[in-house]
Design a protein around this ligand. Structure first.
Ligand code: GH3
Ligand code: MG
Length: 683
């Protein structure tokens, strides 16, 4: 059996006739069957002759007609017949050699099997080639499909080439292959591996290469590839043979060595940097086992890298000073992919403890599970010690601050309260928290302090001066009170501030008022004493001189008072003095001023009063005293007064002149019989 027997090519039913058939019949059959030849068959179906289109053309050329002719007259014989199992190519060669356009095919008994024409051969050849092509395309498609199924092809950063193991024609590449050689995909798919390799550039080299792959299963070598721009690219290739549908391909994975060398250098640099870092760095896997640690880690913990590798950090540094829930929280956050940051107490190899600031960063590829943890540790023992010392010093400072009974305010440049002591809380009734951030306005009695002045004080103190002033505050309960304030510039935990020390002066103010009152008052009668009266009279005189308002002065003296003392004793005399003072005080307007000038002598100043009005007032007062005896333990004691009146002149030389006139008027009243009023007009 041949691979391609002729039988496959046969037209099924060739047109055939008996030898006796008329030529006209033969021609009609040819036309009807679109056949280019007709065979004559004997009774055994053995072909005996053949009539073709060419024969018909020849008859026409010889001027013959079909009339009277039969198949036996025109057919060519004997017939050249070939067996059906003849190889197609051999049959085609026979036809070509003899110049035949048809071949008659017979079976082993010599009976007609069919006819093969030149056209059939052509059709067969075309079909065979098409099938081969389709098969080849199918193979490539299948290969591509299979390669695409390895979606890895586009995910790896290496260039991948798939080439026909025979022709070296490139049938598939990945995007990296295009990038690294600088070709478009279509351009690469039109090239051979020999075109892109400078090291394997002819078939002899390729065959050696292929044999080496076959011998070792895969081949890992460094070669050079040629880029589209002519540049040479050093690559490390991993080549394998693969068979797809009976066809062999070489799959080449090429890794850009220049990039790897760069990355190597980069990695070495990073490793150096990590090693040189001042902070301890530990990398663990997920377990977590230590996979790497830098020199600072060894220095901090005392564990050499070799001893730490493969161990769990907890085995090495857990001090037992944190409870299980602390570590649970840490794990929860880092396993969730969050960075954990905190402080803890850790243990060195020698068992000593230290304060550590720890940051753990989970490492995972985009959206994947956490694979590693990077821990950065910093020994903060020194900082902790400083903090503790600071805390201690702050505590002792605060103790001092609060032990001072005066109110102390720490204020910033704008006067805002940064801190206050207990004394301040007690003074105002506000808590420290309520004070902080507030300004003095918040605790000022409204309208009692000059706002501008306060700002001036702050400025002056900031410039280096000191200030003392009085300030009216308002407590939380609304009570308004005076305080003395001393402002100084100072320092508060390294910050330049204003320190205000305040003392409540409510009591001192009250005492001062009391003293002032005492200094101005006659203790027996509660009236203004001589000094205070004269002071007030001097002010009234100044007013009168300025505004030219009428003012009058009355001078009063009890009549025969000595007798009362003599008769009833000094104490009763005092009672009488008080009684008369009471009547006088009750007779005055609010603007009038009454004073006891001494002994049993009184004076009354009447502003806005003419001489006549003053005289009338004095007369009414005299009468009233005369009819109201003093009620004393010694019984009712009647009493009279003499009164001298004088108005202020438009231009007075001084108090003495007025007092002298009033005195003279009083003297006249006495001299004229007492219990009367006398007036000396202004000069
Ligand atoms: P007159 O003024 O009418 O001429 O007679 P008089 O008796 O009031 O005379 P004089 O002014 O000389 O006497 C004043 C007396 O008043 C003398 C003194 O003992 C008495 N006296 C002065 N101050 C006080 C005092 O504070 N209490 C008492 N009980 N007597 C006083
Ligand atoms: Mg008298």
């Amino acid at each position: 059996m041949t691979a391609h027997p002729l039988s496959a090519l046969l037209s099924a039913n060739p047109v055939s006739v008996p030898v006796a058939a008329s030529l006209a019949e033969v021609l009609a059959l040819m036309a009807a069957g679109h056949s280019s030849c007709v065979l004559a068959l004997d009774s055994e179906r053995r072909p005996s002759g053949i009539f073709t289109e060419q024969d018909a053309v020849r008859l026409m050329a010889e001027g013959k007609t079909s009339a009277g002719l039969h198949m036996g007259d025109v057919m060519r014989q004997p017939i050249f017949a070939v067996p059906a199992d003849l190889d197609t190519r051999a049959a085609y060669r026979l036809m070509a050699d003899h110049g035949y356009r048809h071949l008659v095919v017979v079976d082993s008994e010599g009976r007609l099997a069919g006819v093969v024409s030149e056209g059939d051969f052509l059709r067969e050849t075309i079909q065979r080639q098409r099938q081969a092509m389709e098969r080849a395309q199918g193979q490539v498609r299948g290969l591509r499909q299979r390669l695409q199924n390895f979606s890895l092809m586009e995910q790896v950063s290496d260039a991948i080439f798939v080439a026909d193991a025979e022709s070296t024609a490139i049938v598939e590449v990945n995007a990296q292959a295009c990038r690294s050689l600088g070709y478009a995909r279509e351009e690469l798919l039109a090239l051979k591996m020999l075109d892109v390799s400078t090291s394997i550039s002819d078939f002899a080299a390729w065959k050696t290469f292929r044999a080496a792959i076959r011998a070792q299963g895969q081949l890992l070598i460094e070669i050079c590839q040629r880029r589209r721009d002519g540049g040479v690219l050093p690559v490390q290739i991993n080549a394998r043979l693969t068979e797809v549908e009976g066809h062999e391909y070489v799959v080449t994975v090429a890794r850009d060595l220049s990039r790897i060398r760069e990355q190597d250098a980069q990695l070495r640099l990073q490793a150096h940097a990590l090693n040189a870092a001042a902070n301890a760095i530990v990398i663990t896997d997920r377990v977590p086992r230590i996979v790497w640690a830098n020199a600072a880690f060894s220095a901090l913990t005392g564990y050499p890298l070799a001893e730490a590798l493969g161990r769990k950090p907890a085995e090495l540094v857990n001090s037992g000073k944190q409870d299980a829930s602390f570590y649970q929280r840490m794990w929860n956050s880092i396993l969730a992919g969050e960075v954990w940051h905190g402080e803890l107490i850790s243990k060195r190899r020698d068992g000593s403890l230290y304060d550590e600031e720890l940051t753990i960063t989970p490492v995972s590829a985009e959206g994947r599970e956490v694979t590693h943890f990077i821990a950065i540790k910093q020994d903060v023992s020194a900082r902790k010690a400083v903090e503790a010392a600071l805390r201690e010093s702050e505590e002792s400072w605060r103790g001092l601050f609060n032990s001072i009974t005066e109110a102390i305010f720490i204020q910033d440049g704008e006067g805002r309260f940064l801190d206050v002591n207990h004394g301040t809380e007690q003074m105002y009734g506000y808590s420290r928290e309520e004070f902080i951030g507030q300004s003095p306005e918040a605790i000022a009695a409204p309208g009692k302090n000059g706002q501008e002045q306060l700002a001036d004080h702050l400025r002056a103190v900031l410039a280096g001066g000191t200030r003392k002033f009085e300030f009216w505050g308002r407590r939380k309960n609304g009570e308004v009170f005076p305080k003395d304030v001393w402002l100084n510039r100072g320092s508060y935990f390294g910050r330049e501030v204003i320190i205000a020390v305040a003392r409540d002066i409510t009591q001192r103010k009250a005492l001062e008022d009391e003293l002032r009152h005492l200094a101005a008052t006659d203790p027996l009668t509660g009236l203004a004493n001589r000094r205070h009266f004269l002071e007030q009279m001097a002010l009234a005189l100044a007013r009168q001189q300025r505004h030219d308002t009428p003012t009058a002065l009355l001078m009063l003296d009890l009549d025969w008072f000595k007798r009362i003392n003599d008769q009833h004793g000094h104490a009763i005399g005092d009672e009488v003095l008080k009684h008369v003072a009471g009547i006088m005080a009750a007779s005055l307007r609010r603007i009038d001023l009454l004073g006891r000038l001494g002994g049993e002598e009184f004076a009354i100043l009447l502003p806005d009063t003419e001489a006549r009005g003053a005289h009338e007032f004095a007369e009414r007062l005299r009468q009233r005293i005369a009819i109201e005896p003093a009620q004393t333990p010694a019984g009712a004691i009647p009493m009279t007064v003499s009164i001298g009146v004088t108005p202020f002149a438009p231009r007075e030389s001084g108090l003495d002149a007025i007092l002298a006139r009033a005195d003279r008027a009083l003297y006249h009243a006495k001299a004229n019989g007492r219990n009367r009023v006398d007036l000396e007009p202004a000069p």
